[in-house]
Write a protein that binds this ligand. Structure first.
Ligand code: APR
Length: 228
């Protein structure tokens, strides 16, 4: 008998208890930095060093943090379910916890790519991308991150995957950013949907969902123990 498919959409909140800042909570990254200065193609053209430094600092932090109970609980679920993670996060904590199907909608901190050919993607050795680090075509390497205003190439695949879910779980995302937030529209009617977040959901237009008002670690544990 094939395993039921659980599709899990995660955001920065699933990594919060690992010590990685979210974006829009108080004290979040977008309080410290202006998105327009560090997370847009224009910022890259205008001030490459600042953009490189922003991602270098976040990449460096990856070497100092560990997956948390939520990441491990999701990896554990693979014993009994066909688990597919769709994450907006650019950290590698789902993979490090053992999840084997992780789709990174917004790119990956540990990867860099050519700034002239987006198909030339490399795993960065170490945490620091420097001016002068070039791709095989001789152009400056850039973070392999989807910046605001850039296309989210994985959306069609993520939408298709969302439509195959027998169970849909949303953890730690404010569902503020499209097209990622629109993935919930592809969930088949009647599919059980669970939302795990310590804060009341904002504009979430899913007709019916079970709200587990907890942090990711306790909430995912509760999901597994009480609902699955
Ligand atoms: N456990 C679970 N959820 C948490 C926790 C926690 N410990 N702490 C905070 N949260 C929740 C917040 O309540 C909020 O709903 O995590 C969510 C974080 O929302 P955002 O900071 O907006 O992060 P996210 O939704 O992932 O942002 C989406 O925006 O800036 C872009 O590309 C960036 O991928 C990011 C996208």
């Amino acid at each position: 008998m094939s395993k039921k498919r659980i599709v899990v959409l995660t955001g920065a909140g699933v990594s919060a208890e690992s010590g990685i800042k979210t974006f829009r909570d108080s004290g979040g990254l977008w309080e410290e930095y202006d998105i327009m200065d560090v997370a847009t193609p224009e910022a890259w053209e205008r001030n490459r060093d600042l953009v490189m430094e922003f991602y270098n600092q976040r990449r460096k932090q990856l070497y100092e943090v560990e997956p948390n109970a939520a990441h491990y609980a999701l990896a554990e679920l693979e014993k009994d379910y066909d688990v597919r993670i769709i994450t907006q996060n650019v950290d590698d904590l789902h993979e490090r916890a053992g999840s084997t199907h992780v789709m990174h909608l917004h790119g990956e901190l540990k990867k860099v790519r050519s700034s002239v050919d987006e198909n030339l993607v490399y795993t960065l050795d170490g945490w620091e991308l420097k001016p002068g680090d070039k791709c095989e075509k001789g152009s400056q390497l850039r973070p392999h991150i989807v910046w605001f205003g850039e296309p989210v190439h994985m959306i069609p695949a993520a939408a298709e995957l969302s439509a195959t879910a027998d169970i849909y779980v949303i953890i730690g995302t404010s569902l503020n950013v499209y097209p990622a937030a629109g993935l919930v529209d592809y969930v088949r009617p009647g599919t059980p949907v669970y939302l795990i977040d310590p804060a009341e959901p904002g504009a979430i237009h899913i007709p019916k969902f079970t709200f587990i008002q907890e942090k990711a670690g306790t909430g995912t544990k509760k999901l597994v123990e009480e609902y699955l």
